[in-house]
Write a protein that binds this ligand. Structure first.
Ligand SMILES: CC(C)(COP(=O)(O)OP(=O)(O)OC[C@H]1O[C@@H](n2cnc3c(N)ncnc32)[C@H](O)[C@@H]1OP(=O)(O)O)[C@@H](O)C(=O)NCCC(=O)NCCS
Length: 143
């Protein structure tokens, strides 16, 4: 898509970013994806890229968080209305360039049923790491 601008997140983007995450099922405040967390992750060396179309409308996000060792790519999504127009590919390529410039490995998780995303990641050079299971602890009340 021409006239696409890929740039760093600014606080004023938050409501558009949240709208993308809710419409693509990528996250939301109930999972701790709030403005504070975004800003903290950026201070820690991460980056949130957004893709903006001609009218200034933010239509896609790519959030890379840094753990001191690797960049983790997540909350990577394009508003449904703007999918299949090349935006995801351009945003993923730019995200890879960020990691390349920093010379930091990049890791991601994708659900095995998400064929479109898997195709895209493979085309751009990501390699399958193996049959790992993913665990998370969100609730400490039982621990
Ligand atoms: C995955 C996603 C980001 C792709 O974004 P997009 O802008 O639609 O992708 P693009 O138009 O740039 O297409 C890039 C590639 O993705 C794959 N792809 C995207 N949509 C596809 C479709 N409907 N059918 C088949 N392949 C598709 C293709 O491999 C395509 O490569 P091509 O350009 O050589 O055809 C988008 O579908 C999305 O936001 N999905 C919901 C959120 C999500 O699942 N994110 C990934 C979490 S890990």
């Amino acid at each position: 898509m021409k006239d696409l601008i890929i740039r760093k997140y600014q606080p004023a983007d938050y409501s558009a970013v949240l709208d993308i995450w809710l419409k693509t099922g990528l996250g939301g405040p109930q999972r701790g994806d709030n403005q504070k967390t975004i800003e903290k992750s950026i201070k820690l060396g991460g980056m949130l890229l957004v893709a903006e179309i001609k009218n200034g409308h933010v239509v896609a996000t790519s959030w890379m968080t840094f753990d001191g060792r690797r960049l983790h790519l997540h909350h990577f999504g394009v508003l449904p209305k703007y999918q299949q127009q090349g935006i995801g590919r351009m945003l993923a390529m730019e995200s890879i360039q960020v990691a390349k410039r920093k010379n930091i490995q990049m890791k991601l998780e994708v659900h095995r049923s998400n064929r479109h995303a898997i195709e895209l990641y493979k085309k751009l050079g990501f390699n399958y790491l193996g049959d790992y299971l993913v665990y998370i602890m969100r609730d400490y009340s039982e621990v």
